[in-house]
Design a protein around this ligand. Structure first.
Ligand code: URA
Length: 255
């Protein structure tokens, strides 16, 4: 018989059909096979797949709280924040924006999150909103540049990393960064806090609705807190500057 590999496909199919018609029930090789001499093929054991390690659930707030508590000074706190990896915003940021101003200041200002300019510079409030913030506080005799603690301000943000498209940090992100902010306030020990914008009011006072809250003293982290509209909002709504001036006078009177 012609060997199968010498046939074309049609011939092989016809030969197979013919054998099938004759009653063939199995294919045999050209030579005899002694099946007793064949090694018994032991079915291969299925590869042992290691059970997935049960990943310990990480609680970012608990971790932030422990890291913040362990920070003995501002440098240690800055380092702890820069090394904190549970906030996804860090991935898209160029810098960890920690603070600016005098660490012995009586007034500590809490902003929201860095924008493009702050992300590039690694300092809070250096863009247009920041320049307005500087002018506002200069109007009541306070500055971030002065070495005189009596007339100085200290500036930080709730969030040290720039959010994409300058979106607001969400509730989860605020919650995980709040322990760092609490420790930051504890280490600086200002006499009072000024929070600018909703996100900062949320983190410090636990409340939103800055246009309603502004101008009324609240309490946060054990300190008096003056909520104010964010300078970026004042740039867009110049009419609100009048109220901001009243809020600044409140701060000056309290000092
Ligand atoms: N807005 C903020 O709230 N913080 C900054 O640092 C810059 C803009």
């Amino acid at each position: 018989m012609t060997r199968a590999e010498e046939m074309d496909w049609e011939t092989a199919a016809a030969a197979f059909a013919w054998q099938f018609d004759l009653g063939a029930t199995e294919a045999i090789c050209d030579g005899p096979v002694n099946r007793y001499e064949l090694e018994v093929a032991v079915p291969k054991a299925a590869p042992v797949v290691a059970a997935p390690a049960v990943l310990a659930e990480v609680d970012p707030v608990a971790e932030a709280t422990a890291l913040a508590a362990a920070a003995r000074d501002l440098d240690a706190l800055r380092e702890a924040m820069a090394g904190f990896s549970h906030c996804e915003l860090k991935q898209g940021a160029r810098n960890t924006v920690f603070c600016d101003g005098h660490p012995g200041a009586r007034v500590m200002i809490v902003g929201e999150a860095p924008g493009r300019d702050e992300d590039a510079a690694g300092r809070p409030f250096v863009g247009r909103a920041g320049q307005l913030l500087d002018r506002m506080f200069a109007a009541i005799g306070l500055s971030r540049e002065t070495p005189d603690a009596e007339h100085a301000i200290y500036i930080t943000n709730v969030m040290p990393w720039r959010p994409p498209q300058n979106r607001d940090p969400d509730a989860r992100e605020i919650a995980m960064m709040k322990p760092f902010l609490a420790r930051h306030v504890e280490l600086v020990q200002p006499e009072l806090l000024v929070v600018v914008g909703n996100c900062s009011a949320d983190a410090v006072l636990g409340q939103r609705g800055i246009t309603r809250l502004r101008g009324k003293w609240g309490q946060g982290f054990g300190l008096p807190v003056m909520p104010m509209c964010h300078p970026a909002y004042l740039l867009r709504n110049p009419a609100a500057k009048r109220e901001a001036w009243a809020d600044l006078l409140e701060v000056r009177a309290r000092l």
